[in-house]
Design a protein around this ligand. Structure first.
Ligand SMILES: [Zn+2]
Length: 171
């Protein structure tokens, strides 16, 4: 059953969440996935499950965002510091350049330049960053302690300059 919460946050998982990427690779706690492999991974799911693949990426991203936030909050209890840390970690991990422009209630926009999910996806008529959309939704809902919804309104796969996610109150 999906409860959307993690019972306990393990110290070793927190350390892994905040370690540098070079340290993680040295310790065997991370591995490299090439952009080309990630695109293959995405395309295979899309071929098998059609638009169901979008829901899979979104759901996985959302749960990862919640869990990641629960770990990060142990080191960065303040919201401003937390979002700065997320931007720094994700830049270092080459997920993209995250910029949060949010009001006190968590609504607003998140800009992601060079988003890994769209980087090599190729031309698309619609936004493709379902994992990142879910990740942001989970992360921000957790950080702001309220249900928020993310919608991707611009995407580099569509030819836009950067990916943009609108964050709204979930009705
Ligand atoms: Zn995108």
């Amino acid at each position: 059953m999906n409860t959307g919460t993690v019972e306990t946050v393990k110290e070793e998982d927190i350390n892994e969440e905040v370690a540098s990427i070079s340290q993680l690779l040295r310790d065997g706690k991370a591995f490299v996935m090439r952009n080309v492999t990630f695109v293959d991974f995405k395309r295979v799911l899309e071929e098998r499950f059609s638009t169901g693949a979008f829901a899979i990426f979104y759901d996985v991203g959302r749960e990862c965002g919640i869990r990641s936030c629960q770990r990060l909050m142990q080191r960065h209890p303040g919201r401003v510091g937390l979002l700065e840390a997320v931007a720094r970690y994700k830049r270092d991990e080459l997920w993209g350049e995250f910029r949060f422009e949010l009001d006190k209630d968590g609504t607003g926009e998140v800009y992601v330049a060079n988003c890994f999910e769209a980087r090599q996806y190729g031309p698309s008529k619609q936004p493709v960053c379902y994992f990142v959309k879910g990740y942001l939704e989970g992360l921000l809902s957790q950080a702001f302690s309220r249900p928020l919804r993310a919608t991707e309104t611009a995407c580099i796969a569509k030819g836009d300059r950067e990916c943009v996610f609108q964050i709204e109150q979930k009705s």
